[in-house]
Design a protein around this ligand. Structure first.
Ligand code: ATP
Length: 246
């Protein structure tokens, strides 16, 4: 059997804001159909990593190949690849703040995000998310936190991406809602052969659905492994959150 396609290949990524480097040499791969969790304490550099892959931040050093796009450190006087190019290549990024328009209904969000003429995408995504389908004609501002998060995921999916990056799906949600949402993401990855890069604070729930995980601490990976093995070794996870390497 051939190995699944590599959708995201990050080699030695250094990233940050202006002169301030936050992530120092990250290696990470996501294959088709795979969920990879990027874990770590507050301020570790998880969001910075996702923003760099989306080309919202420039790559300071290293190489990122994401679908058909190659990101390289910008050479002075040239224009680097921008976020629109990455998005058009098939990357969907769901940011921490969800980025919804409270005055628009759920369905309006989905229609705006679908590729032109691809009406079937909205129906297919709603069929996979019956809870969202029941409230999709409400304005986003009137939806619950969990419903808004489902809408943010659905909006990412209607564009038929190959790679989805989810930044703290669980933010502000009750654990029970997170425990429903994460398996949904797992199922979607398997069904559509999507790659998912999942940034999450809710470690146990993330490991329960992920294939592999990396723990970042102060911009460096301090623990990496198969999610199932890490789930059974909470001590190692706890030590990694204190920055104690293996
Ligand atoms: P959290 O789980 O708290 O969201 P994170 O791992 O996603 O944390 P990042 O958001 O990547 O962490 O932030 C890493 C570091 O980068 C933090 O120290 C933060 O203060 C800094 N940082 C974030 N955004 C900016 C910015 N716009 N300008 C300068 N520094 C920033």
């Amino acid at each position: 059997m051939s190995r699944p396609e590599v959708l995201l290949d990050i080699r030695g990524l250094h990233a940050g804001y202006g002169e301030v480097e936050i992530v120092h040499g990250l290696d990470l791969r996501v294959h088709a159909g795979e969920v990879v969790a990027l874990l770590g304490p507050n301020g570790a550099g998880k969001t910075t990593t996702l923003r760099t892959v989306s080309a919202l931040l420039p790559l300071l050093a290293g190489e990122v190949d994401v679908l058909s796009v190659s990101l390289r450190p910008r050479v002075r006087g040239t224009r680097g690849v921008g976020p629109t190019v990455v998005a058009r290549a098939g990357v969907a990024h769901v940011p921490e703040d969800r980025g919804l328009f409270f005055g628009l209904t759920g369905r309006e969000h989905l229609r705006l995000a679908a590729r032109r003429g691809d009406h079937a995408a909205v129906d297919e995504v709603l069929a996979a998310m019956p809870h969202l389908a029941a409230v999709v004609d409400r304005k986003a501002g009137l939806m619950s936190g969990g419903e808004q998060q489902m809408l943010a995921i659905a909006r990412a999916l209607v564009a038929r991406p190959r790679l989805v990056m989810l930044d703290e799906l669980s933010l502000g949600l009750a654990p029970i809602v997170v425990q429903q949402l994460l398996p949904l993401v797992r199922g979607l990855a398997r069904e559509h052969d999507l790659g998912v890069l999942l940034v999450e604070q809710y470690v146990t729930a993330a490991l329960a659905v992920a294939d592999r995980a990396h723990v970042l601490f102060n911009g460096r990976v301090v623990l990496t492994g198969e999610a199932a093995a890490l789930l059974g070794d909470q001590d190692r996870i706890a030590r990694s959150y204190l920055g104690l390497a293996e």
